[in-house]
Design a protein around this ligand. Structure first.
Ligand code: ZN
Length: 126
């Protein structure tokens, strides 16, 4: 087995149009975090609204979720993206870092609470 393979998987961080939560994907055009959210968003009209917004603002559908993720994770970059100074795809590595840091903090918090409560049966749900 070769060990010198470059690991260069693309990652995108977005906000799901179905559940409004941050999610990670390898597909740039994915707008929901799961099949269940896709069905939900289709049924409640959220996908239709997303399509209308994307058309009105002349942006790709995925751009809306990316933009919301930037606002949540790196609001400091929002102005630069909005002005066109930087491309939202170009700052995706920064967004991934912020997402990883948030995940690390959540995990740390959960582990701390678990230790404080002394509840050995508490399970981490991710
Ligand atoms: Zn979702």
């Amino acid at each position: 087995m070769s060990t010198d393979v470059t690991y260069s998987r693309k990652r995108y961080i977005s906000v799901c149009v179905g559940c409004d939560l941050l999610f990670e994907t390898v597909r740039k055009d994915q707008v929901t975090c799961s099949g269940a959210c896709r069905v939900k968003a289709h049924r409640n009209g959220a996908l239709k609204a997303l399509n209308a917004h994307a058309k009105a603002f002349k942006v790709p559908r995925c751009g809306i979720g990316f933009s919301r993720a930037i606002g949540l994770l790196r609001p400091d970059l929002r102005k630069q993206v909005a002005s066109g100074e930087v491309d939202m795809i170009d700052i995706m590595p920064d967004l991934c870092d912020a997402f990883d840091e948030l995940a690390r903090q959540v995990l740390e918090h959960v582990m701390q609470e678990r230790n404080e409560s002394g509840d050995a049966n508490h399970q981490l749900r991710v």
